[in-house]
Design a protein around this ligand. Structure first.
Ligand SMILES: *Cc1c(COP(=O)(O)O)cnc(C)c1O
Length: 808
């Protein structure tokens, strides 16, 4: 490790002391779990000091702070990152080696904090890392889910979901803040006394704060992730308990505490459940309360709120913040409406994460009336004033107004949370150049006509600390040796390795590192799937949530084609391939689950076909998570990013893979476009329709059957799957899946892109047969990933949206 500062001998003693005095075991009898606890406690002490110092400094500065509100923070494990940030990795390794343990065994004992579904939640985690590293005065706010993202197991090829009790043994990484709590109220009705609105809620729950300290790298600054736990005001109904009615005794507790029980297993569509709405309001209300308290303690007035407070909405899940801040300012602090609204708009900004209209969050007016009656009134008033303004902009156009309205009046009336977020914010951003352009051209075009300057782009990024330094120590060491260690906090320095692509010795070292990482990934594959794979094969990786728009099924078609082609021509020079999938399907998403099963059914046939051998393997690594991703990314040769053009807002998996030296095979979509611009057309495999072509084909009447009938290879693949070749015990198992392509309109246009995809894969094979050329392109990818550091993204947010100067 490079940035070591601490002294080696002291840490061994500190670990032993924690084993004895905190964990409560004799140092010489410590298990790996005990050691994990003790090492974490050593780190925790230092984090606590840094936290106190950071808060003190920010208070003294009367700092402008950013508050990042997100329903999801997909943190993963904390240990390796904390040790690296504190500069005590080597010291900790030396300390645990005295107990005959490797640091790796220790860090492996830690469960993931999986408080998110996928990209959106992981982005929030990368952002906190960058905010800390850039020294931004910042808090993340979210929910302390008792059960995070479900754990995925596979039985008979099918996804089985288990609860994820990540807190069962407690976590050394959280700091309970017993003094920081507030009541969050729900339901009831509103009374109007003259000008004044008085909310008479029907119930309330206490929100209690738990902090996780997010250390910066190359700085002693930290950020705070403050997570709220719901606690019932009354413990047990003791009267009920004493009559022996234990169910009723606990009911009061459960009725409210269930708010922070589970993360909704979904990342794109609203759960449509009252509990989800309660969750959203719960963490928003607690966070806004906390923000206002801090502001008043520091400034004694709300007049300068928007000078000192920036609240960022990560998607619309926290959008009720807009109404809540108005309620707090007007109803609780007596500000006039107009003044409160001016502050509110200046305070909020909003990131959109999806272009798919069906994935935009809305809530039935009736449900909101029931759960948040005062907020609904506030939303109606915001809407009335907003529509009056919009009417002046474009008089006599009722269609314009009905599209802008915060209320969808068609059918059951619903509140449109994206519209509320846009109206309540001064800036709205998409997450890649393409996505931000499409936002103003498609779903938000009416708002863009009204307020063109409100819309902007912030291309996503990933933290190089977790996704390169920690996940890929082999490559990190190689980089350190050749260009120094500064890339960790200035990823643009990677550019310095580009000339080394011509250096045969460097290429050999680079390839050797990749090979080691592939051996590590092969071991994970064998351990989790029982399939032995050859690390000399091309490792072709598609890891992400299972979703039709991400088109894992297109990749499956390609695998079946390859299988058929090998059988038809067994003596050709086949590039040995391992196709690797991982990802979870939302529990209610039938088609996604069917795709998981299909992958397993096809894998069972291919992997056991003696005619195929190492030429082709197909595996599905179960329980995709941050820690699994940390093993997969460094071991990938090829990164599959094959969403239908115009559907993937950005992607961040694509960035992690390229940063670790995988070449991308992808469509002209999301951040793939910017990856191509940075690495150059020759170092990426782009295929398929572009967004305007997708739109034109849709308009012109897309006929998937035409592709089926005119392409014999495609026909053979679809017939094999549909006809039950991979599901002989139930030949009709995949009929519906294939029928949805042929007869159901093939919504994501797999068939239109099939041939182009196959040809791109053929180019991949050709290149892989020239290892030197492959290595040069892989090195070029790494060298040009600097711009995809989340440090760049956050510096841009800070500069262009949040107005907080970055001090580094
Ligand atoms: C990066 C990441 C994602 C996002 O992947 P995409 O390919 O961008 O969809 C999802 N889950 C985990 C665990 C990740 O680390």
């Amino acid at each position: 490790m490079s940035q070591e500062t601490s002294t080696l001998p002291k840490l061994g003693a500190a670990i032993d002391e924690h084993l004895l005095k905190t964990v409560g075991v004799p140092a010489n009898e410590a298990s790996s779990t005990d050691l994990m606890q003790a090492v974490a406690l050593v780190a925790r002490e230092q984090l606590a000091e840094r936290w106190v110092e950071t808060q003190k400094a920010n208070r003294a500065d009367k700092a402008r702070r950013v508050y990042y509100l997100s329903m999801e923070f997909l943190i993963g494990r904390s240990m390796s990152n904390a040790l690296a940030a504190l500069g005590i990795t080597d010291a900790a390794a030396a300390g645990v080696s005295e107990h005959a343990h490797k640091l790796e065994q220790i860090t492996d004992r830690e469960p993931d904090a999986a408080l998110g579904n996928g990209g959106l939640g992981r982005l929030a985690a990368c952002f906190l890392d960058s905010m800390a590293t850039l020294g931004l005065p910042s808090f993340g706010y979210g929910i302390r889910y008792e059960y995070g993202m479900f754990a995925q197991d596979i039985m008979g090829g099918c996804q089985i979901e288990y609860p994820d009790p990540w807190l069962a043994d407690g976590t050394p990484w959280e700091f309970p803040r017993p003094d920081i709590s507030t009541s969050v109220r729900f339901g009831g009705w509103v009374e109007h006394v003259g000008e004044k609105a008085v909310w008479r809620p029907a119930g309330e729950v206490v929100a209690k704060a738990y902090d996780m300290v997010i250390p910066g790298h190359g700085t002693k600054k930290v950020s705070t992730l403050r997570l709220w736990k719901a606690v019932a005001p009354a413990h047990l109904d003791l009267a009920a308990f004493n009559t022996g009615d234990y169910g009723r005794a606990a009911a009061v507790k459960n009725e409210f505490e269930n708010i922070s029980w589970v993360l909704y297993p979904n990342d794109s569509t609203p759960a449509g459940r009252e509990l989800r709405l309660r969750q959203e309001y719960f963490f928003v209300a607690a966070s806004i309360y906390d923000i206002i308290q801090r502001h008043l303690a520091e400034h004694g007035t709300l007049d300068n709120l928007s000078d000192k407070v920036v609240i960022h909405l990560n998607d619309t899940h926290p959008a009720i913040s807009v109404a809540e801040l108005m309620r707090v300012l007007c109803d609780e602090h007596g500000l006039p409406w107009a003044k409160a609204w001016a502050l509110c708009k200046q305070t909020f900004s909003y990131t959109n994460h999806t272009l798919m209209p069906e994935a935009l969050e809305t809530w039935p007016v009736g449900l909101m009336q029931h759960v948040l009656p005062r907020h609904l009134e506030i939303i109606f008033r915001i809407n009335a004033e907003f529509l009056a303004e919009a009417e002046k902009f474009r008089p006599g156009d009722p269609g314009f107004l009905s599209r802008l309205s915060l209320i969808d009046e068609a059918g059951e009336r619903r509140v449109r949370m994206a519209n509320l977020s846009i109206v309540g914010s001064h800036k709205v951003n998409g997450v890649s150049a393409l996505h931000s352009n499409l936002l103003v051209e498609t779903i938000f075009s009416d708002f863009a006509a009204l307020w063109p300057d409100r819309f902007t782009n912030m291309t996503n990024g990933v933290t190089p600390r977790r996704w390169l330094s920690t996940a890929n120590p082999g490559l990190a060491n190689l980089l350190d040796k050749h260009i120094g260690s500064g890339w960790r906090i200035n990823l643009d320095e990677l550019k310095k390795i580009e000339p080394l692509r011509e250096d045969a010795a460097f290429r050999a070292s680079f390839t050797a590192v990749k090979r080691e990482n592939k051996a590590r990934l092969a071991a994970l594959i064998e351990k989790t799937t029982g399939v032995k794979v050859n690390p000399a094969s091309l490792f072709d990786v598609q890891v992400k949530r299972i979703h039709e728009y991400k088109r894992q099924l297109l990749n499956v078609l390609q695998v079946v084609r390859r299988y058929q082609a090998i059988l038809a021509n067994p003596h050709a020079e086949w590039v040995p391939r391992v196709t690797i999938f991982a990802g979870k399907a939302a529990s209610s998403y039938v088609t996604a689950k069917s795709i998981i099963r299909l992958i397993h059914d096809i894998g069972a046939v291919i992997n056991n076909d003696p005619r195929i051998g190492d030429k082709l393997k197909l595996v599905f690594i179960p329980n995709y998570s941050v820690s699994v991703a940390e093993v997969i990314m460094p071991g990938a040769d090829l990164s599959e990013q094959v969403s239908t053009a115009g559907t993937e807002a950005s992607g961040t998996g694509n960035m992690k893979l390229a940063l670790n030296g995988a070449l991308t095979i992808g469509t002209d979509d999301g951040a793939n476009i910017e990856i191509r611009e940075n690495v150059g057309d020759d170092n990426i495999f782009i295929f398929g329709l572009r967004t305007p072509e997708v739109q034109a084909l849709k308009r012109g009447g897309y006929q998937p059957m035409r592709y089926y009938e005119s392409n014999p290879s495609l026909k053979a693949v679809l017939d094999a799957i549909s006809g039950g070749q991979f599901s002989p015990s139930e030949p009709g198992r995949y009929r519906p899946l294939i029928d949805s392509l042929l007869w159901g309109g093939d919504h994501y246009m797999l068939l239109a892109d099939y041939q182009s995809y196959i040809e791109a894969h053929d180019k991949v094979d050709t290149l892989f047969l020239q290892p030197d050329e492959w290595a040069k392109k892989a090195i070029t990818n790494v060298a040009n990933m600097g711009v995809f550091s989340s440090d760049r993204t956050i510096a841009q947010y800070a500069d262009e949206i949040w107005g907080i100067p970055v001090s580094r």
